[in-house]
Write a protein that binds this ligand. Structure first.
Ligand code: GDP
Length: 472
């Protein structure tokens, strides 16, 4: 019913389409992801699935503009491997330690804050590469305000550089180029700018709009100038937040610490997080027992754009999960439980599918009642004959269902359907398409090919008797 409403088509059409796929559904039945994909596709729609915590999102009240105050930018460094991301982050970390803070940053918590000589602040996400950036973005977290794309001047614009540029572009995040390793004898920054120009990324000193800075992360050359340019970019964004409200933001990373239990680095994006607050993060919750900064100092609060290591959650949320501060334990627990339920349902649908061998094993230990099969064949007659014979293998304990049968090669949508319904695909005198084979591998769907009907029946029968010898 929901799906029909979303597509604005009669619900009966959706049910009919499901039936054509061999899926018998009632009007209020929850469909699995793959069936939704296929049905939507039939009606000319593309699907996009959002994670459980987006479905069960907490909608925070909008801030009154008069309550907003400037906040520091959150910056991510991305680039090709070995071009100097780590060195740059280390260099910034070590040279920009808040005055009077002896010892500097002592622990890696996935993010840190630096204060420039003029008092302005920048927050760096210290996560490795754009995989993290993309993963977070896929989870709906928009944590980065400005991206530094680092390119080694003794190398070239590399595939990962281009990927990083595209990821930043897709996220609508402004870019500052850092052309690194200029201390090296073979360095040729102009070549890098030329390559960028060829890609339509014209840097400022070539008359374009993209800021770039030549740096040496190793020797500490050009770092302050780079940060100035980042701040210039950030100024254009007019970044603001309201520190005087309950905190919300995103998870940067989390882990289970032997001594301290679950620890999570949170990035506060609005409001102020305080010790004692009830935190809801993804599918977990808990009261904030203690908070630390990247200098391993105990803190009692963290405001907008400030990262903090938090103790007290009852599990490790995923990077990119959103967090909110709730009014009560009870409320946090309820929402966490609902999200977990949703997530479990989703993962059930994507977990590894059964192979005929597994089915044999499970039947042998007596916990299997249904065997779902998809039959594809070269001609209608054999498809019908094979399907009938397979259904007739049903016993009192095990029901054989042919959930879909058709003439033609085994397609990707056959595989998705099999994956969605724990089915095995049997091909008679037909082969899977390349796409279907790839998808089957990815989803762990068992495709069995036969050229003799008798063989197909015998093997399924053997599986049902829990006697099938594993495929070699
Ligand atoms: P990442 O893979 O992007 O994190 O790159 P790293 O920061 O680990 O740097 C890769 C290598 O390049 C290391 O051996 C660094 O010491 C070296 N490197 C990084 N920046 C510079 C630089 O400015 N000058 C020179 N000469 N070497 C650098």
């Amino acid at each position: 019913n929901d799906l029909a409403n979303m597509m604005d088509v009669p619900v009966t059409s959706v049910i009919a389409t499901c039936m054509n796929l061999g899926v018998m559904v009632a009007i209020n039945q929850r469909l699995d992801a793959e069936t939704i994909n296929i049905v939507a596709d039939e009606f000319g729609f593309k699907t996009k699935f959002v994670s459980a915590d987006v479905i069960e999102a907490i909608t925070e009240e909008e801030d009154d503009p008069s309550d907003l105050q400037p906040r520091p930018p959150i910056v991510t460094v991305m680039g090709h491997v070995d071009h100097g991301k780590t060195s740059l982050l280390d260099s910034i970390r070590n040279t920009n330690v808040i005055e009077g803070e002896a010892g500097g940053i002592t622990q890696h918590i996935g993010a840190y804050n630096v204060k420039l000589p003029d008092g302005r602040k920048i927050t760096f996400l210290d996560t490795p590469g754009h995989e993290a950036f993309t993963a977070m973005r896929a989870r709906g977290a928009k944590m980065t305000d400005v991206a530094i794309i680092i390119v080694a001047a003794d190398d070239n614009v590399m595939p990962q550089t281009i990927e990083a540029i595209n990821h930043a572009g897709a996220a609508g995040v402004p870019i500052v180029f850092a052309i690194n390793k200029i201390d090296k004898p073979g360095a040729n920054p102009e070549k890098i700018k030329e390559r960028l120009a060829e890609m339509n990324y014209l840097v400022e000193d070539w008359g374009g709009k993209y800021q770039s800075q030549e740096i040496s992360a190793k020797k500490g050359i050009g770092i302050n100038e780079l940060l100035e340019k980042v701040l210039l970019e950030a100024d254009l964004l007019d970044l603001k937040a309201n520190p005087n409200r309950k905190a919300s933001g995103s998870i940067v990373e989390s882990s289970l610490d032997k001594g301290r239990g679950y620890v999570a680095t949170v990035m506060v994006q609005n409001g102020t997080l305080r010790q004692g607050d009830v935190l809801l993060a993804g599918t977990y919750y808990g009261r904030v027992k203690a908070m630390f900064n990247e200098r391993n100092q105990k803190i009692t609060e963290a405001g907008p754009s400030e990262p903090a290591l938090v103790l007290g959650l009852n599990g490790a949320p995923q990077a990119g999960d959103t967090f909110n501060v709730m009014d009560s334990d009870q409320e946090a627990r309820n929402i966490a439980a609902r999200r977990e339920q949703l997530q479990r349902e989703q993962s059930l649908r994507t977990q590894k599918m059964l192979t005929l061998d597994d089915i044999g094993r499970r039947i042998a230990i007596g916990n299997f009642q249904q065997l779902n099969i998809i039959v594809k064949g070269d001609v209608d007659g054999s498809v019908e004959a094979l399907s009938d014979s397979l259904i007739r293998l049903s016993t009192e304990e095990i029901q054989v269902n042919v959930i879909h049968k058709a003439v033609g090669q085994i397609s990707e949508s056959d595989v998705t359907l099999a994956a969605a319904s724990d089915a095995v695909i049997i091909g008679f005198q037909v082969r899977p398409s390349l796409g279907a084979r790839r998808e089957a591998e990815k989803q762990g769907v068992d495709i069995r090919l036969y050229s003799i009907i008798y063989d197909a029946i015998e093997e399924v029968k053997a599986a049902m008797e829990g006697m099938l010898s594993p495929e070699i």
